[in-house]
Write a protein that binds this ligand. Structure first.
Ligand code: NI
Length: 138
């Protein structure tokens, strides 16, 4: 990996705000913070493409007393074996379970499967976190 040094011009007030931000995040220097910003922006732009390859974590909170929900959730996963990498189950309290399902595939496929999971009756809360895997370099 070759490294290039660049210089950029930036208003003092904007730089001050940036320094304050990265200090609060625990960055040791600006370079690492700028690199992360660039990676984040590239990842964000890539995920806007429905055909992009990605890995997604689907977080589902549901009441396990809800009849047949766990079963339907399992069925969905068995029907999409290509996309489901792994899943884990956490008993949050007496009623609620948290299921984290990791999916891999095109952004649109992950989104579609995640949508059908969150639409299941009994799912109280759902969230998807996507990471682009199109370019493994960054
Ligand atoms: Ni549970």
């Amino acid at each position: 990996m070759s490294i290039e040094r660049i210089g950029i011009s930036i208003e003092k007030s904007l730089l001050d705000a940036f320094d304050k931000l990265i200090d609060s995040k625990g960055y040791q220097n600006r370079s690492e913070a700028v690199r992360d910003l660039i990676r984040e922006k590239i990842d964000y732009e890539e995920l806007a493409d429905p055909a992009a390859q990605a890995v997604g974590g689907v977080f589902l909170v549901y009441d396990h007393h809800h009849t047949s929900l766990s079963e339907r959730l399992l069925k969905l996963q068995h029907n999409h074996l290509i996309h489901v990498i792994t899943s884990t189950h956490i008993h949050l309290d007496h009623h609620n379970c948290l299921e984290i399902i990791i999916l891999r595939g095109h952004v649109c496929e992950i989104q579609k499967l995640a949508d059908s999971m969150s639409a299941l009756k009994g799912v109280k809360l759902s969230r998807v976190n996507l990471i682009s895997t199109d370019e493994s370099e960054h």
